[in-house]
Write a protein that binds this ligand. Sequence first.
Ligand code: 9D3
Length: 245
Amino acid sequence: MRIDVLTLFPEACRPYFETSILGRAVRGGLVSIHCHALRDYSRDRHGRVDDRPFGGGAGMVLMCPPIFEAVEAIESQDSRPATRVLLTPQGRRFDQNLASELAKRPRLLLICGRYEGFDERIRLGLAPLELSIGDYVLSGGEAAAMVVVDAVVRLRPGVLGAEEALAEESFADGGLEYPQYTRPRDFRGMTVPEVLLSGNHEDIRRWRAEQARRRTSQSRPDLLDGRSATRDETTKGNSHAESTD
Ligand code: 9D3
């Protein structure tokens, strides 16, 4: 898989793609990621890629020529067709299902905005998939592009180990994770639940399943859609405090 990111700040994106699981996938040749500076496609000597909006108003708008020329130049670097993705606050909400869909594509081209937005003809002419990562205001699309790339690359075959991939699937199934503990057994008076030290794997499995259900019902009831929460869990209020017994 090849991923291209078109941005005003390629230097902000690159280090993320070199780190941890993503970096390992890139070094292992499972994915190639290229960050491109939109300014390189500016037509004037000042490197301008934005201009004032027709009709007036605050802020600046990313203009068509640099974006179209960049998209054409980048797409011609590889024969596989690119799925074009425009990152904007008004896009479709990115989620795990969409990550799975994008992970099947041979090529992605992510376009990050800054300023007040894109000239509308970028949407008309490039017909990109328009994505948002959630209802909060970012300063630009770069952080969102990193989120999308991260979520997609993890789903490519070979990127995660077998055990990690299995755990991943159980999240895709819907719930949150059960509480986990490691040494020491007693940290400042907070102890590890006895069942985890019991060696009884059937008891441990049941305890974890129950804890995961409780947590999901408490903090993300929306994920349980259909499966019902108990009355007790829904009326307790979410303190996020967990007893250690
Ligand atoms: C009037 C100006 N803004 C309204 C609040 C519009 C605006 C334009 C551009 C607000 C933020 C941005 C920059 N954000 C993104 O480019 C962005 C984003 C986001 O802000 N939240 C969630 N997902 C995304 S994807 C790209």
